[in-house]
Design a protein. Structure first.
Length: 369
């Protein structure tokens, strides 16, 4: 088996599959990428048994065959080679991979392709199409609120909900919640479908999707898997087997206090006050008085920070505590210049929305200070 390909095409294929390949794994075969050559095409596939990324490309010269190669070593070699160069990979009689480019020569160990694991068959699937940039936006708008290594394993991922009216993504870690909705989908769904995409699957899929591409991508959902086809690249992830909590019950009613705030000014103010917040609890106090929004932070060293913003507010004085990181995340993941902060009481959740985009909604639980 051998192949000849440009450094850039080779590197693009390798880097796409690296998202599914562990740096160090108890099974050495899972640190490798499967390479299969057939009909002047090369097929690359990487997996960690939960996630699989496969891609293909045309070859300049080749001899059919298949083998597994150390993925990260090969990628590092390609990165170090000159731009626009031709790279040849030849498997010798001792099953060693000889990588050559000009006067550079590298010899790599291989493992048999027969040992490389196959992901379970998808089985019956439900399929739909969605513009690539819209799918990326749905993921990116809510991914920040996913839990990380929570004992409630179903929170370590993102809910994907399909109905005849919308496609919606929801994430929560129990302290905050974010949802993003794509309406008018024309989906033929008899009843609402919900699946939970694991955290790693969400993050890796988002890296592969392009924000500037409106070409539809095909999405397949089976009982245990989600698969997305992006041009020549195929992404597959196992789904989390669990029941997602009733997220709609966590979204508060419209707040009786509604503040229109300049999003960037508010974010900059929060970033300044965060400098002196408690590093462990990250608590800050938001206070409202006539036409003024004040944010205050203190830390165990008795240091304090206070900043103010002019707002249109005529009600009674009001105070509420928040984890400043949660507020910053919610504000940073809105895209327009203005935002609306909705509050009800010091004990109830706050709602952060975009007045120009009603498809995005962020909820933050208060904390006691």
């Amino acid at each position: 088996m051998k192949l000849t390909q440009t450094r850039e095409t080779l590197l693009e294929s390798l880097q796409a599959t690296l998202g599914a390949i562990e740096k160090r794994h108890t099974s050495p075969i899972l640190e490798n990428v499967l390479v299969r050559i057939e009909n002047s095409q090369v097929f690359w596939r990487g997996t960690d048994l939960e996630l699989e990324i496969a891609t293909s490309s045309q070859l300049i010269d080749c001899v059919d065959g298949e083998v597994t190669l150390p993925a990260r070593k090969l990628a590092d070699i390609c990165k170090a080679l000159p731009a626009e160069s031709l790279v040849a990979i030849d498997i010798d009689a001792n099953n060693r991979a000889l990588v050559t480019c000009g006067r550079s020569r590298f010899e790599l160990a291989t493992l048999p392709a027969a040992e490389f694991p196959e992901l379970d068959d998808l089985g019956a699937t439900y399929q739909f199409e969605l513009p690539e940039n819209r799918l990326k936006n749905l993921l990116d708008s809510t991914a920040f609120a996913m839990a990380n290594q929570d004992v409630r394993y179903y929170l370590n991922g993102m809910l994907l909900e399909l109905t005849a009216e919308h496609i919606r993504t929801v994430s929560t870690d129990g302290h905050r919640l974010s949802l993003s909705t794509h309406c008018d989908t024309g989906l033929e769904v008899a009843e609402s479908q919900q699946v939970i995409i694991p955290r790693k699957g969400v993050l890796e899929l988002s890296k592969l999707l392009r924000a500037d591409c409106q070409v539809p991508v095909a999405v397949q959902i089976s009982q245990n898997h989600l698969r997305v086809q992006i041009d020549q690249l195929r992404f597959t992830t196992k789904l989390v087997d669990g029941r997602y909590p009733d997220y709609q019950a966590a979204v508060p009613a419209q707040g009786h206090i509604q503040l229109d705030v300049d999003r960037k000014d508010f974010r900059n103010m929060l970033q300044r006050v965060a400098i002196l917040s408690n590093e462990k609890f990250r608590g800050v106090r938001l206070s409202l008085s006539e036409n003024t929004l004040r944010v205050q932070s203190t830390n165990p060293e008795q240091e304090t920070a206070t900043d103010e913003l002019d707002v249109n507010y005529q009600g009674d004085e009001f105070s509420i505590g928040f984890n400043i990181n949660y507020v910053l995340d919610a504000v940073s993941h809105l895209s327009n210049d203005n935002m609306v902060l909705q509050l009800n009481s010091p004990e109830s959740s706050a709602l952060i929305t975009d007045p120009q985009d009603d498809t995005v909604c962020n909820v933050i639980m208060p904390i006691r200070l």
